[in-house]
Design a protein around this ligand. Structure first.
Ligand code: DHB
Ligand code: FE
Length: 288
């Protein structure tokens, strides 16, 4: 079986990657967020998975807005890093895990989730920034293979939170039925509250974020029950990205242990957060 060893929820703001690439992580603006990452990075560095399953959204870099799959899964051998208009980030291309990808694809389709297969894909900041949050100095290659799972969170009608949570549960089943012995870390990316355009540009809602950060561990069913409009209203139009954390959560055990979290405002236009969960240790921590 493919065993999920940990889950990481993290914002994927492009300027987090730019701060790392430009050596500005100790600047007063960025230091609190990067200091907050440190304990999580140390814990993860001692638990390198074979494969990182990164749930993210493309931001009209690889996929044209004319063709937006609701859910898509990478099945490629490699995933080049996209040039988003400022030159490509100085990070390695991704090595895929096509055997596991094809197993997940088949299992998910058989389980009622009609995934689009992406046999070629350039990954944008939605995927590369979370990888940098996990592993700040990859050198020539990332420490593990990567499978990207893409979600339409940018164009109406996006999948509901309930559907995303159900997809996570199906992913968990698909991973458990894999014939190989493989360790997997699941990344849920995006969020927290933010809105990049329109009359509410700059919108942040710390009260909603704090509730979500708590309940992603303790009460994901509640978060899965919120409507599309609830997310847009309470987390902002781009804060809708938070439904991708629910896919990660669904793939983890019912009881999980919170290793570390950090919440910081602002990172660019976003309330940024990281939450790291050990999937092998039942919850020992109490609700805060
Ligand atoms: C920002 C946040 C995002 O999630 C994104 O995809 C692009 C930009 C921002 O806050 O600047
Ligand atoms: Fe985004």
């Amino acid at each position: 079986m493919a065993e999920v060893i940990w889950g990481l929820a993290t914002s994927h703001v492009p300027s987090i990657g730019a701060a790392m690439d430009g050596g500005r992580t100790r600047d007063p603006y960025w230091k609190p967020l990067f200091d907050g990452y440190r304990p999580a990075r140390e814990w993860m560095a001692g638990r390198t998975p074979d494969v990182a399953l990164v749930i993210y959204n493309d931001h009209a870099n690889a996929l044209d807005l004319d063709v937006v799959p609701t859910f898509a899964l990478g099945t490629a051998e490699t995933y080049p890093v996209a040039d988003e208009g400022f030159g490509r980030r100085p990070v390695p291309d991704l090595r895929g895990a096509p055997d596991l990808s094809l197993h997940l694809l088949e299992s998910l389709v058989d389980d009622g989730f009609d995934m689009t297969a992406l046999q070629g894909l350039e990954v944008d900041h939605g995927c590369t920034v979370p990888l940098s949050v996990y592993c700040p100095d990859p050198g020539e290659s990332w420490p593990c293979a990567v499978i990207p799972l893409l979600v339409n969170v940018i164009q109406y009608p996006q999948p509901t939170a309930a559907r995303c949570y159900a997809l996570g549960k199906a992913l968990g089943r698909a991973l458990r039925s894999y014939p190989g012995d493989t360790t997997v870390a699941v990344f849920g990316t995006g969020g927290m509250s933010h809105q990049l355009a329109g009359s509410r540009a700059g919108f942040i809602n710390p009260e909603f974020d704090r509730m979500f950060l708590e309940e992603i561990q303790t009460d994901p069913e509640h978060l899965a029950g919120l409507s599309r409009a609830d997310y847009v209203r309470r987390a902002g139009s781009e804060g809708f990205e938070l439904v991708m954390w629910l896919i990660m959560r669904g793939a983890l055990a019912d009881e999980i242990h919170r290793v570390h979290d950090v919440y910081h405002v602002p990172a660019s236009n976003t309330a940024a957060a990281l939450a790291l969960f050990d999937n092998l240790t039942p919850a020992t921590d109490r609700p805060r």
